[in-house]
Design a protein around this ligand. Structure first.
Ligand SMILES: [Zn+2]
Ligand SMILES: [Zn+2]
Length: 272
């Protein structure tokens, strides 16, 4: 009898220990990887993060970049054209850009939280949503838009690098640091497209990296606004590889009927 009691006490202790272990793991997981349990946009419980990191309610209202859009730069197009005015007149050194969202609403606020509130755990779910868009695209190497040393020290991480590393894990492709940012430029919002392009010259440099003409490279950024940054970096790498692709969490979209700045379509090849 005594033996049985000790056996059942032992069993109940191991059950409690196992429950405690599961609860601790869940707590630790929520603390360090909160997106594993919750919708990454509203925080509601979701059954399977790995399949889709957001809930049904958010799925109804998220600003997906799913409408008619430019086949090159992924910007929404209001006319029936397949390529936007900008891409028709200018030249992009990337073959195609992939952005699952528009830079708006809750997506915009969570991207800002990712960057400015040190919510680096968001990289994993954003990367998952970008990678879903890359289905069928032939990629050999992944790289990212860099920050200056000064900015990197201040923020302590580069959000585009974190995204690239998570995309690399999903696609099982190597991540290579190809670019260097030599100086910070004025906040780009205040600059015209021509000024943005001029400010790029010498701001980004291609590092001495081993690339080959047979490789397809993916450049990762957090947001694509006018394609000035990613277009410039694509231009630096373009002569050394087969194809360059671009991707970001969100595409900034300026509606044609708003007071959009007039962008020059002049697009210069970076000087090597
Ligand atoms: Zn939600
Ligand atoms: Zn375009």
């Amino acid at each position: 009898m005594k033996k049985k009691d000790s056996k059942s006490a032992c069993k109940s202790f191991s059950v409690r220990l196992s429950r405690f272990w599961t609860a601790s793991k869940n707590f630790a997981s929520q603390l360090f990887f909160p997106e594993n349990m919750k919708c990454v946009f509203c925080g509601a419980d979701i059954p399977n993060f790995e399949e889709r990191p957001y809930c049904d309610e958010c799925a109804k209202t998220l600003p997906f970049n799913n409408g008619h859009r430019c086949q090159i730069c992924d910007v929404p197009i209001e006319s029936e054209a397949n390529v936007c005015d900008f891409c028709q007149k200018g030249k992009h050194f990337f073959k195609k850009a992939f952005c699952p969202f528009l830079y708006d609403g809750v997506v915009k606020s969570k991207i800002l939280a990712f960057k400015d509130s040190n919510q680096r755990w968001r990289a994993k779910s954003f990367a998952r949503m970008i990678a879903d868009r890359l289905d069928g695209v032939n990629i050999d190497v992944i790289t990212y838009i860099p920050m200056t040393e000064k900015k990197l020290k201040k923020r302590s991480f580069n959000q585009s690098q974190l995204l690239a590393e998570e995309i690399g894990k999903i696609l099982q492709k190597p991540v290579l640091s190809c670019f260097e940012k030599t100086r910070d430029v004025k906040a780009q919002k205040t600059l015209s497209y021509r000024q943005r392009r001029e400010a790029m010259v010498g701001t980004y440099k291609l590092k001495r990296v081993k690339l080959s003409k047979s490789q397809n490279v993916l450049i990762v950024d957090d947001i694509i606004t006018t394609c000035a940054t990613i277009g410039y970096c694509a231009g630096l790498i373009y002569p050394k590889v087969q194809n360059v692709y671009a991707c970001a969490i969100a595409r900034q979209y300026v509606r044609s009927n708003s007071q959009a700045p007039h962008y020059s379509v002049e697009y210069l090849m970076p000087k090597f």
